[in-house]
Design a protein around this ligand. Sequence first.
Ligand code: BEZ
Length: 250
Amino acid sequence: MNNQNWNVQQYKESASFVPQLGTPVMELLAPQKGEKILDLGCGDGKLTLEIKKCGCDVLGIDSSIAMVNAAKQLGLNAQILNGESLNFNQEFDAVFSNAALHWMTNSHQVAAGVYQALKPKGRFVGEFGGKGNIQDIVVTMSAIFQEFPEFGEFNNPWYFPSVAEYSKVLTKAGFNMEYIELIPRPTPLSNGITPWLKIFANGITNHLNKEQQEIFIKEAETRLYPLIFSETQGWVADYVRLRFKAIKNP
Ligand code: BEZ
């Protein structure tokens, strides 16, 4: 089960790179004035707002109440909804998603819901963690859990498919693939690895007591230092993006 919590303030302070690095996938979406667009996993709404500025009628959805409230504070139309439980019927010209689909492990259910939400020939454009994403971080976290049996089992909450795997998911749902690519994108973490772990990996550790959580953070930082820290670049996470555009085959 994913117990991930989202802290909007921490996200603003140490994860603003997430929407800032969304330009390529926004260009792939190419939102057109008057289009109706669903932003799946809208987070705090930074990119949803960019879509709105293009003259689109955009709805942001997210499973986090805190994130939906942050999006609403930007004047956006946003609602709490899990991407694995979409219930729209042929309403949208496009469904867009940035840095969210790796949190939705039932990819077939998501793809079926997106397909149903789109008008005939509608497009599904997104970017998320692909095969190999944050591998050093995941392997390190898993090793810590193995060495501290009192932490329990390591439950990896993320879905990082290959091009072949995700193409199969989308074609099975009825889409035609127009573009899909796996893109290594080393990502500087300007505030270091500790805030990153607190923002993105709290679902993995929030069953631990305070002392255990501190041990986990210290171990992770110590072990990751030789892997993803350098004097010249600081902390750089080994992100790999899976970027795609798929068309609903009516
Ligand atoms: C990402 O690839 O954007 C990501 C994956 C897992 C945790 C945090 C970010």
